[in-house]
Design a protein around this ligand. Structure first.
Ligand SMILES: O=C(O)[C@H](O)[C@@H](O)[C@H](O)[C@H](O)COP(=O)(O)O
Length: 243
């Protein structure tokens, strides 16, 4: 299984590179398949990349009609809460990418009728056996990915593909998340991390420390770790490859 660590000096260069490569990859895929499934994530690194992606996509050959957007996790808050990963992503991407709501598979919002576990079961049914062409992830300082947290029930082995998460260490406490096996049902896994706070988690994850969820994610064909120098600072020399 191919793994590549790509390191850029600054965080904005990581956003730019990932956005460029994602646009390039999606255009390649749309030319050879009718539908392209992308699994998105939340957080600052991802949002910065979505903003750059929207700039680059304007006037490009991207055919949004072929895109199906999914989420690896969602904060279980009311639909209009700006904290929602899907709102943050779509508000940025839709500036230039004509995403039809029919092609965006947002996880349910908190509406007082169903809890996160029930909504997770609904998303699991919607997801079915969907296989992602590209899955994007950020990494938390504790080594979490999506809403799978180390030393937390969310990280316990399960046969489920989507779970409700409560008492999450990263607010908000209630979330919905794909499990690691479901995230890994991806041809390519793209992991983004920037800033000094991630250096220990990145070093441990790339060294295979299985206590971290980030150590368990991989694409079936390729896994790319896009890091800035600060997030890569804890890596041994052989990992610190450039482009
Ligand atoms: O709901 C969330 O918060 C995200 O899905 C989460 O998994 C995020 O990707 C990481 O915490 C990294 O976030 P930053 O890029 O903001 O550090």
């Amino acid at each position: 299984m191919y793994r590549r660590v790509v390191r850029m000096p600054e965080a904005d260069e990581v956003s730019d590179l990932v956005a460029r490569r994602l646009l390039e990859r999606l255009i390649e895929l749309q030319d050879v398949q009718p539908i392209v499934h992308v699994c998105l994530t939340g957080g600052n690194a991802a949002n910065a990349m979505y903003e750059r992606f929207a700039e680059l996509a304007e006037g490009s050959a991207l055919d949004a009609a072929k895109l199906q957007l999914w989420w690896g996790d969602e904060r279980f808050v009311p639909a209009t809460d700006p904290d929602r990963n899907s709102l943050q992503a779509v508000s940025r991407l839709a500036r230039t990418v004509s995403i039809k709501s029919a092609d965006t598979h947002m996880m349910a919002a908190k509406d007082g009728r169903k809890d996160s576990h029930e909504c997770a079961a609904e998303y699991e049914a919607e997801l079915g056996g969907t296989h992602f062409d590209v899955t994007l992830l950020g990494v938390g300082e504790d080594g979490h990915v999506a809403s799978i947290f180390p030393g937390h029930p969310s990280f316990e082995p399960t046969t489920r593909n989507v779970i409700g998460v409560t008492d999450a260490p990263k607010p908000p406490a209630e979330r919905i998340s794909l499990t690691i096996p479901a995230l890994n049902r991806s041809t390519e896994m793209w992991v983004m991390a920037t800033g000094p706070g991630k250096s220990e988690a990145i070093a441990r994850a790339l060294a295979g420390d299985e206590r971290l969820p980030a150590a368990h994610v991989h694409g079936e064909v390729a896994t790319y770790w896009y890091l800035d120098d600060e997030a890569a600072a804890g890596l041994p020399e052989q990992f610190r490859c450039g482009l």
